[in-house]
Design a protein around this ligand. Sequence first.
Ligand code: AHG
Ligand code: MN
Ligand code: MN
Ligand code: MN
Length: 323
Amino acid sequence: MERELVTLTGFILSLQQNVDEATGDFSILVNAIGLACKAVSTAVRKAGILNLYGMEGSVNVQGEEVKKLDIIAHDNFVSALRLCTKAGILVSEEVEEPIILGKGKYCVCFDPLDGSSNIDCNVSTGSIVAIYKRENPDAEPTIQDALRPGKDLEAALYCMYGSSTQMVLTFGTSVHLFTLDPSVGEFILTSRDMQIPSPGKKIFSCNEGNTKNFDDAVKTLVARFKEESYSARYVGSMVSDLHRTLLYNGVFMYPAAPKPKLRLLYEANPMSLIIENAGGVSVAGKGKRILDIVPTEIHERVPIFVGGKRDLAIVEEELAKLE
Ligand code: AHG
Ligand code: MN
Ligand code: MN
Ligand code: MN
């Protein structure tokens, strides 16, 4: 049976050729991000052999002990994005201030290695990327290029380093899945125009270890999912929990417990854009769409309830009861 071999770059170029003002810049940018993801995938898979597990020794702006692979991943993204010259400013989880690269027309916010607490025990991790087109590409880049609501994003993607390395990319309104074929070193299109399945599976995903710090509405919400015989699934890396939600349906929650943990610019926003474009919903609380939030700081954190329409309707219902 003939296999349709569409690469990430080929796919984007084919879509862009119908766009008059397409310059190829977006394709060059995404190709550079794909290269960084391939390099991180290789580092993750060889970490045990190259002694790349464990702590790097510093504490980052998040107050987290930095893993060696957090820094390796960060460096790969910065290098690929600098060399492609299409990004004027970067925001990385691992660096306090934005990184100014020059006049590139895009602003790229990224979590170079997501779920890094899982890396030393070989549980799946990922990288998450949010891409804005800068409103004034001729001006010097400033932090304002990044302090924009997620609904302004040009594109978002994540790459999951799981049993295979897979990239989910959304631009425009569609969501596409690419699987890395290591034998040719290319991301190959394996699913296009993805939608969260309905009815799909009844799954709720949250860290119940935080239950004592959940507010009453969230405690009631979790009890209701259990009452309605939902399965509990929690990997502890957002990329893995969200990828399962995209493919199976369900709801992922990281409520304030008592403070929010997930970062708006490079975790909640890009994942919310992907899930909304796949037919789902993503809120920070009742009626508070994540993509409408105007950021005030580049590392700000938000509570998040994200997943398929059916389960987010239950979230809204329960959060409303105790308002
Ligand atoms: P990161 O590794 O980029 O710092 O992100 C970790 C995040 C996210 O991946 C995951 O959903 C969440 O932390 C898990 O937090 P808990 O360990 O508190 O459940
Ligand atoms: Mn981290
Ligand atoms: Mn993360
Ligand atoms: Mn991270």
